[in-house]
Every structure is written in C-alpha cells, then in structure tokens.
Design a binder for this molecule. Structure first.
Ligand code: PRP
Length: 212
C-alpha cells in the first residue's frame, strides 16, 4: 500500500464510467462506488489508491503529483490548462463544448458586447479572443442554461451531451467549439518514477478502448 499509485477520479457523471474501465483493466475497485463519506479508497490488491475529487480539481492534484494519474474530461483539461501529460483518449463520456442560446438571440440582444455565461471562463476568453469578438464573460458554477432564460446573458458556453437540457428550455446549439471525451492524465514525474505500474495500465486501457 505504501507504494500505491494514487488515482484522482472526477466525482459525478464520470465516476461510474471510470470505475467500469478500471475493472475491465483488472483493477478490482467497484466497491469504491458504494455510498460512503470516505474520501480515500484502495483497490483489493492495495496497488491503487483512489481519491474522488471535484472534476475541476483533477488536473491540479495530478500536476502537483499528489495524484499520479487521473481521469477527467477534455473540457476540464482545456479550462484548467495544467502542466500534465494527457496520455489517452478514453473514448467515453462524449459530449460537445458549444455556444448555445435562443435561435434569435441576436435580435433579443440589448447590449453591444455579447454576454456569455459559463463555467469555462478561460476557454471562453480564448475562444472569443481568437474570433476577435468583444464579449462579457459571466462566471457561473451550474445550471448555466438559466443565463439566457432569465436574461443574465445572451448565450452560454457549456457542454452539450444529449441536448435535452437545451431542448427542454427552447435553447439551441449556435456554434460547436470542439468535441469532448474523458482523458487519462498523468503526472510528468510519476510517469518516469512509477513507470512499471503506470505503463502496463495505460497499455491495458488502450487495448480495452480499441476493443470498444
Ligand atoms: C451539464 C451541462 C448541461 C447539461 C448538458 O450540467 O452543464 O447543463 O449537463 O447535458 P445534456 O445535453 O445531456 O442535457 P450538469 O448536469 O453537469 O450540472 P450543472 O448544471 O450543475 O453543471
């Protein structure tokens, strides 16, 4: 247990899928999904230590090396822009990062600068800078779709998975920024010092992904 590899898993929608993938790789860890207030878990072999953290914190834990590896969405990787290796596209938890709003948002707009509500403020800043468009970015932490509905913003920048949330609120995708999926991220030092554990796991994961 002392030399265990620490794995940071994103709480929420990715948790179950991450554990499923690890189980397929032979890491016996499904018990960590059982309801509990514990924050640190081990797999049956004691070779892996797991921590469940907020998705946006996964890249931070991995950059600082307190987690050797992590599973997190590309959206979070783009937003956090941490000094970590992104080793594998896990081909799961697929969605799109989009600008969304009312189809006629241009005619509804009251101000010259577009108001954009989002939890991806860094992604939004870069995206609109590249387009050469002046915008006002309004940071929110959840229920982003409320932005246009209650006239806090003209549009939102958010992930769209099934599209149901937009549809049920009469909103629509206006622009697609990029496709998103879960990624395996690794601490740069750990990849060298713990290669004997990390590399076989990465290899097994990529085989599983190829098998579909
Ligand atoms: C995410 C995202 C959208 C929704 C998209 O929110 O911010 O609101 O999922 O999914 P859909 O296209 O399948 O409807 P999440 O459920 O993570 O909660 P949040 O509002 O707290 O961010």
């Amino acid at each position: 247990m002392e030399n265990a590899i620490t794995v940071a898993l994103a709480k929420g929608r990715l948790a179950e899928k991450s554990v499923e993938l690890l189980e397929k790789c032979g890491v016996k860890c499904k018990h960590i999904l059982e309801p509990s207030r514990k924050l640190v878990f081990f797999d049956e072999s004691g070779e892996y230590r797991f921590i469940f953290v907020k998705p946006s914190d996964v890249p931070t834990y991995v950059e600082y090396g307190v987690a050797d590896i992590g599973v997190v969405g590309k959206d979070t990787i783009l937003e956090e822009d941490r000094n970590i290796y992104e080793l594998l596209d896990l081909n799961m938890a697929k969605c799109r990062l989009c600008i969304a709003g009312y189809a006629d948002h241009e005619t509804r707009r009251k101000t010259s600068d577009l108001k954009v509500a989002t939890k991806y403020v860094n992604v939004a800043r870069k995206y609109f800078e590249q387009k050469g468009q002046n915008v006002e970015i309004i940071p929110l932490h959840g229920s982003i779709e409320l932005g246009p509905i209650i006239k806090l913003s003209d549009v939102i920048l958010d992930i769209v998975e099934s599209g149901k949330t937009l549809e049920e609120n009469d909103l629509t995708v206006l622009e697609e920024i990029c496709k998103i999926s879960a990624r395996l991220v690794v601490n740069k030092v750990s990849l060298k010092t713990k290669a004997e554990t990390i590399k076989p796991l990465v290899k097994r994961m990529s085989e599983i992904i190829k098998e579909g």
